[in-house]
Design a protein around this ligand. Sequence first.
Ligand code: SF4
Ligand code: SF4
Length: 419
Amino acid sequence: MNTYFHSVTLDKDLCRGCTNCIKRCPTEAIRVRNGKARIIKERCIDCGECIKVCPYRAKKAVTDNLSSINKYKYKIALPAPSLYVQFKNKPDINLILNGLKKIGFDEVFEVARAAELVTLATKKYIAENNVQKPVISSACPAVTRLIKVKFPNLIDNILPLLAPIEIAAKLSLEEAISKTNLPSEDIGVFFITPCAAKVTCSYSPIGVSESKVSGCIPINEIYKALLPVMKNIKDPELIASAGIEGVKWAKNSGESIGLKTENYIAVDGIHDVIKIFEQIDAGFLNDIDFVEASSCVGGCIGGPLTVENPFVAKTKLNSVLDNTKLVPSKVDFTKEIEDAVKWTCPVEFNAVMKLDENMEVALRMLTEIEELYNDLPQIDCGSCGSPSCHAMAEDIVKGYAKKTDCIFKLKEKLKHLAE
Ligand code: SF4
Ligand code: SF4
């Protein structure tokens, strides 16, 4: 049963059945049947790979739009650090934060501030507990979901701390309630998101039963609204309070650098992440302390809802920090905060790849799959609409496809009939 909301969706009218997306999907969650793609929701981890590769823009991320903030009396923006590197002139971060206030938000709480708290809590977690190494960052929700559906042995390696977005939402909401005396229902907390995975996470959070995020607005929409107003801000109020270490979470390796350990791996791009996880699963990387794995190439700056080329964005980061007048962070790492960043709901394996609940039936199906696979051409051409010949064999056994969906098998059959 699918228990998740999924941000990534298909617009059937735009899909031309080109099959570009089926091979890029890391969990084999897409099939093309009758000329249209279909997402197997239980398998989808909302990584957004299919959004990036679809030439016809048929894959989309469902998000909120800027006007949705007007449902609330008091509006808080939670800008992701990746927002700061989207602009051509590498502006002072204060200018961007002031711009957010000009386009309708009453308050801005930088997610980078919350990231710094996660860094402090992670250092303690790695040092104090008898933890399973390597500890795998829980910051990228697509990666955590990948472990949930594909790597059951690595569940205990996941860092059991909330992602910065959730901590920022919680702290900013508490601040706003004490400042305004409004009930929480009147306060809207909006994450400015670089990716679909974080939208999904605000509906189906990881490590906590209910998210404090009211909605997610994509960076590419906020960017368009910010451009004209930022031009007219002359003396921005100095409100940027996150430190360099928090802002550097925008790119892959930023989180690890903050931990001040050299014994880490920073891997980006979901297919390379899978390769590293296979090695951890096989016991080859137990001597590593920390693995920072980002689904998108470059980290959050490579998210499908950003504007700037991720490689350009990466090189801009230092200039943006040099151009910014930072004021010291107002958040102290108290015992209360240390407890607040911990997961309250454990993450569990989601056996969506399982063939059948009954072991005997599953084994019989597995035998059938192997027999069928041996009879298929094994060239993984994708023209049948399944991502590989092995996935095709599985689809046939499950009753979702027939052998003659394979053009080679169809040709064989026609030739046989003609003879
Ligand atoms: S890439 Fe996938 S979703 Fe896009 S047109 Fe091709 S089959 Fe359809
Ligand atoms: S979002 Fe990722 S997991 Fe989901 S269908 Fe697209 S490529 Fe597959």
